[in-house]
Design a protein around this ligand. Structure first.
Ligand SMILES: [Zn+2]
Length: 277
């Protein structure tokens, strides 16, 4: 069983062109091709035709039992009305997490302005994903996306489950320490490449991840995710195989951790008795 906990339905090459439903069809097709059981899809912090809103994504995926939504919360745009809307989607079961875009937007994870969103995640026991590491855009501000800043939020909110996205790459060691120290912090391996892994980079990243697991980060707290369509699903599956992990650890990373964290039901998978793709 495979859960991709980090995908997008954005259209990156031309943000002024409407993304849905084309990107949704592509996601479904790639899931089927790569035999992915579940995908979590993250909505943006931007409001553009190429970046469908949480409402649009929730409506488009309503009848798809194997795709769930992580609602992006923009530092600038979000208001109480938006949080109320998300609350409804959480209660209906479609939204399974929140996402902060630290670095893309200039704020630290523990910024006071974001507290209502943090409390919403705590109230419903849904994870908060936080962008960490490199910003794809040169307009990003890196000090805000350093994984070390997640530590303070994790300590002050011990019941909140947090996911550091992208291993905090290139600050993988700092990410390691924050995950190792805080039992409520996880990390996903998404977005390490644009497109496919090159052989050299794959070898380098395999070493980094093996080092992380050796350091003491438990495989219970590492999640499989790709950042599709930015990174290719097939290349990621090949990458995870290269780690040569013990079967039990691989299972945790590929599916069990995410099934638990996002409260997914195996019977909804199109591959194990669900309604199919
Ligand atoms: Zn992403």
């Amino acid at each position: 069983m495979i859960v991709d906990c980090h995908t997008h339905l954005n259209y990156y090459s031309d943000e002024n062109q409407a993304a849905l439903p084309k990107t949704l069809d592509t996601l479904k097709l790639e899931m089927k091709r790569n035999r992915i059981d579940f995908a979590l899809t993250l909505t943006s912090y931007k409001e553009l035709p190429g970046r469908p809103t949480t409402k649009e994504v929730v409506e488009a995926t309503r009848d798809i039992p194997y795709i769930y939504v992580i609602a992006g919360v923009s530092y600038y745009i979000h208001d109480q009305k938006y949080l109320d809307e998300i609350r409804e989607y959480i209660q209906s079961g479609k939204v399974r997490g929140l996402k902060f875009y630290c670095g893309y937007e200039p704020f630290f994870p523990n910024d006071e302005k974001m507290r209502p969103a943090v409390e919403l995640a705590e109230e419903f026991d849904i994870p908060l994903l936080i962008h960490c590491g490199d910003t794809f855009s040169p307009k990003g501000k890196l000090k805000f996306s350093h994984p070390l800043h997640v530590d303070e939020l994790a300590v002050d909110h011990p019941k909140l489950k947090i996911v550091i996205c992208h291993l905090g790459n290139p600050w993988i060691r700092d990410c390691m320490e924050v995950v190792y120290k805080n039992k409520n912090v996880y990390t996903d391996i998404s977005g390490l490449v644009l497109g496919d892994f090159s052989d050299r980079f794959e070898r380098y990243m395999v070493k980094q991840l093996q080092e992380m697991l050796l350091y003491g980060v438990e495989p219970d707290r590492v999640l499989y995710g790709t950042d599709f369509p930015i990174s290719s699903m097939s290349s990621y599956l090949e990458f995870i195989r290269q780690l040569k992990l013990p079967q039990d650890d691989l299972k945790k990373i590929l599916s069990e951790n995410s099934m638990q964290l996002f409260k997914l039901k195996a019977s909804d998978s199109p591959l194990s008795g669900g309604r199919g793709y």
